[in-house]
Design a protein around this ligand. Structure first.
Ligand SMILES: [Mg+2]
Length: 281
């Protein structure tokens, strides 16, 4: 049941909000070591907040984050490739413990893990490309063991946007090879025409900027580009590039946490957002 009201109370914005029972959801779990095991409950009250005047499904192009937004990985193949690749290339033991993975990038995570392990910077710089290549090869070799689940409503939302003529791309902190493997394993490859990845962009706002540039090369210079993501880092990176953002609480962060970062749209899931749109049509 979706209840509509115009929020004026403690919410940081004055756009219409459809609140739900916060108690119905699992609390966000930030301490886990993987951003690929989100804390989403299967039963929740749909909640949607949309900034007045913003029409979420009428943008020219969309940049979808992968982990926590389109899919969740039920295996540790990608996560374990960081430590096994550093071990193989440099002989050092590193750990991802203590690094906030959600919304980060593979290249930034690798750098931070090596810094924490006190690997000398010059040594890391000289071997970082070899480590990234080992990660790509490891994940590619094990692609058929991966267990990648789609988030609720993802394919319906992609179909809905594609039917409206939108250009669809991915923009993710994954390395390119790894990101496309996840998309292929989830059976979603046909929807996407381009992507932005972290191979050359450890900073998320820079990879989003580059992906938006690609979107405009394909969709036209004045095309409106909208980011879809599951973390405050997605929201901040979109806004740093003056792009609108649809935030979905299907990853590690809850609806209210995401709403604090003022996305143009905040939704408990793409399925809920689509259901509301169809209800109003
Ligand atoms: Mg994500």
């Amino acid at each position: 049941m979706i209840v509509k009201f115009v929020g004026q109370g403690p919410l940081p914005c004055a756009f219409p909000v459809w609140p739900g029972s916060e108690d119905a959801r699992d609390p966000p779990q930030r301490a886990a070591t993987s951003d690929q095991m989100p804390a989403t409950s299967s039963t929740h009250e749909p909640r949607i907040a949309i900034e007045p005047g913003f029409v979420w499904d009428r943008q020219d192009a969309y940049l979808f984050d992968i982990d926590g937004t389109l899919v969740r990985s039920r295996d540790r193949i990608h996560i374990d490739s960081f430590t096994s690749s550093v071990q193989r290339v440099m002989g050092f033991e590193v750990t991802l413990a203590g690094i906030l993975l959600a919304g980060s990038t593979d290249t930034a995570i690798l750098r931070e893990a090596c810094r924490q392990a006190r690997i000398p910077a010059e040594e890391f710089e000289s071997r970082s490309e070899a480590i990234l290549e080992a990660m790509r090869a490891t994940v590619a070799e094990r692609r058929n063991e991966m267990v990648v689940e789609r988030m609720p409503g993802v394919e319906d939302a992609l179909r809905h946007l594609a039917r409206r003529g939108a250009l669809l791309g991915v923009a993710t902190g994954n390395l390119e090879v790894i990101g496309w493997i996840k998309i292929e394993q989830a059976g979603l490859r046909e929807w996407f025409r381009f992507g932005g990845f972290s191979d050359r962009f450890p900073v998320r706002s820079e990879l989003i900027g580059r992906a938006a540039q690609k979107a405009r090369e394909l969709a036209g210079r004045g095309a409106s580009v909208c980011v879809v993501g599951d973390t405050p880092r997605d929201i901040d990176a979109a806004h740093a590039n003056s792009l609108a953002v649809i935030a979905v609480a299907t990853g590690r962060f809850g609806f209210d946490e995401l709403l604090e970062h003022r996305p143009e749209v905040c939704a408990t899931s793409l399925a809920d957002l689509l259901a509301l749109t169809r209800e109003e049509a």
